[in-house]
Ligand binder design. Structure first.
Ligand code: F6R
Length: 614
């Protein structure tokens, strides 16, 4: 979604802003813009399209200045066009503002400001902020920081903003509520602001994460000062970034998504490191230690998430039921938050989110927290909003995921859920010691088995080539493989724009079977396990209707080999761990089909990496 970058220092801001906007491209956007202050003049450039279009638009003119703000917009209010792009400017021409989030009460504010002579140009909710701050500055005679604070008092919604004032050429003011902002503190008084650390890491490792309701004032003379919306002074807490620049580069791969698919042996290993000890037969999850007993005694687990994280949650349901014998309900965060869900104080709510910023998941957490449940987070981004609002949690150590389609985050989430379910099941005595130890050893062996699956890429690419022009696809799985079927279908949809549906294999005959003809590829997970024979029957049903079957099978399988059009063998592993292997061929199939169809794999149309609006 929208991205923010800002700079104040002694270097030229424009190249830093453009580079920062490029780092933010992964979030998904449809227009971009910058504002620069130079010798008392405020210059704004903005246009629909990519950062490269913005550069062409600037074309070497009016890009001077050592103070500037930049933005990538993902359209919510009003279509993607030049006028709706940020920065927005006050009627006086003095202020420029960029904004992530949504101002819910923008309509009445807009009406009021219009009646006071402010001229609106865009369809955006954001534009009210810049006029409101300007209005307060003029009517109250307050300085920029105080005007921002007073303006935000009357705003309902989510925001991360940065504002410049032509009359204050040595200052920028930023504020956040429910939308993240990071401030980088560089050498010689230079400061950076960004919606995440990716534009900052190449300049400095010292950062301050702004808290909700805080307003940061950065000026050349006094550096960084923070107040909250109630005007109380806050002491900035400077932390060292864990992020490394190499993690933000493609490292020789054609796309981030391909790099991230190939990183999975490493990211799963990193998510296990220090937690799984096969020698002592222990699972230690330090982040949830204080809540372990509550977890062990839980009568019910609720899992909330969206998209791929919700799919990981579904795998979690199978894991907790199977290994810890605790009833589990998996909820779309967006539905859960608007129902009147029954939540008990002894419920454990697991919130899963790669970005840690998903608006619906955050709201679901707040709801469950308000009703007394214990919230455990599974997040990838350290210091993210969800990581901070949960009672406890375990990070996935997948490293930054830049490709919009989630791959390594999914397997890292499932890895952490597996560790949790094993640990809780062991402590509850719901799995035998023998099975517990065997599963620990098998889990330890998963990264090497993922490597083995990845070595099959050439064959998977060959299959992708055969089905690249299909307009529909069906994904089938049973048991632990059902969520993987959903995830496989989602991957194909989102990056190659091919319509795909995931189903529990047995559900096929209750409707989707009507779709099957000789044009229809059906991807089936038919690995060895309790429902193997049943899946084989489902494959027969597809073949009887001339569908094309691409089956993921356990190495050495000959039965499915004789039935399916193509088989993709993967190493043997116990059923609860199978999703960690069976999802990999689906990721690769989607990737290669998308590339062959000429799609923008890392930044698929309409999608955003971090969905910070509901
Ligand atoms: C799909 C994908 C999305 C996200 C969803 C939740 O590839 O990436 O479906 O999984 O938007 O995002 P997080 O995990 O950041 O809460």
């Amino acid at each position: 979604m929208c991205g923010i970058v800002a700079y104040l220092g002694d270097k030229q801001a424009y190249p830093i802003l453009i580079n920062g906007l490029r780092r933010l491209e992964y979030r998904g956007y449809d227009s971009a813009g910058v504002a620069l202050l130079n010798e008392g003049a405020l210059t704004i450039h903005k246009c629909q399209g990519k950062v490269s279009d913005l550069e062409a638009h600037v074309n070497g003119h009016g890009h001077q200045g050592t103070l500037g703000i930049g933005h990538t917009r993902w359209a919510t209010h009003g279509p993607p066009n030049d006028i709706n792009a940020h920065p927005h400017q006050s009627t006086s021409g003095d202020l420029a503002l960029i904004h992530n989030g949504i101002i819910e009460n923008y309509a009445p504010i807009k009406e009021e400001l219009r009646s006071r002579g402010h001229v609106f140009h865009s369809d955006t909710d954001t534009e009210v902020l810049v006029h409101l701050i300007d209005d307060i500055q003029r009517s109250e005679g307050t300085d920029l920081a105080e005007s921002v604070r007073l303006a935000l008092e009357s705003v309902v919604g989510a925001y991360a903003i940065v504002v410049l004032d032509r009359k204050n050429p040595d200052m920028m003011v930023a504020a956040r509520k429910s939308s993240p902002l990071v401030i980088g503190i560089g050498e010689g008084g230079e400061h950076f602001i960004a919606s995440d650390a990716t534009p900052i890491v190449e300049h400095t490792r010292n950062v301050v994460y702004l808290e909700d309701g805080e307003i940061a004032v950065i000026d050349r003379q006094h550096g960084l000062k923070i107040r909250n919306i109630k005007n109380q002074v806050k002491t900035p807490f400077i932390q060292e970034l864990e992020l490394h620049l190499e993690a933000l580069e493609k490292g020789g791969y054609e796309h981030f998504m391909l790099k991230e698919i190939h990183e999975q042996p490493r990211s799963i290993r990193d998510s296990l490191r220090g937690r799984l000890n096969t020698a002592t037969g222990e699972v230690v999850l330090g982040g949830i230690k204080d809540y372990e007993q509550k977890f062990v005694q839980a009568k019910r687990i609720l899992i909330v998430g969206c998209g791929t994280s919700w799919h990981a949650g579904l795998v979690g349901e199978y894991l907790f039921e199977e290994l810890a014998r605790i009833p589990v309900e998996v909820e779309y965060a967006s539905e859960f938050r608007y129902r009147n869900p029954i939540i008990h104080e002894d419920d454990i709510v697991i919130a899963i989110s790669q970005s840690g910023e998903t608006a619906d998941t955050l709201a679901a957490i707040e709801l469950a927290k308000g009703r007394g449940a214990t919230i455990i987070g599974i997040c990838n981004v350290v210091g993210s909003s969800i990581a901070r609002v949960t009672h406890a949690g375990s990070y996935t150590h997948a490293g930054p995921e830049i490709g919009v389609a989630s791959t390594k985050a999914f397997t890292a989430q499932v890895t952490v859920l597996t560790l949790m379910a094993l640990m809780i099941g062991h402590k509850r005595g719901t799995i035998s010691g023998g099975r517990f130890h065997a599963l620990l050893n098998e889990l330890d062996a998963i990264p090497a088995k993922v490597e083995a699956v990845l070595r099959n890429e050439a064959q998977i690419k060959y299959i992708a080539d055969i089905y690249k022009d299909s307009t529909n696809a069906l994904y089938l799985g049973r048991g632990f493989s059902f969520p993987v079927a959903l995830e496989g279908a989602l991957k194909l949809k989102e990056i190659s724009y091919v319509h795909a549906e995931g189903y529990p294999a047995a559900e096929m005959k209750h409707g989707p079977i009507a779709l099957i003809d000789e044009e229809m590829p059906v991807f089936v997970i038919a690995t060895k396990g309790p429902s193997y024979e049943k899946v084989v029957s489902n494959i027969q049903e597809v073949k009887a209707r001339k569908g094309k079957v691409i089956a993921i099978v356990t190495e050495g399988d000959t039965v499915v080999q004789g039935l399916a059009d193509h088989v993709i063998p993967i190493p043997e592993t116990p059923e609860p761990l199978m999703p960690l292997l069976s999802v990999i061929p689906f990721q690769l199939i989607s990737y290669h089909i998308a590339v062959m169809r000429g799609c923008n794999v890392d930044q698929p149309r309409n999608l955003a990496k971090s969905v910070t609006v509901e």
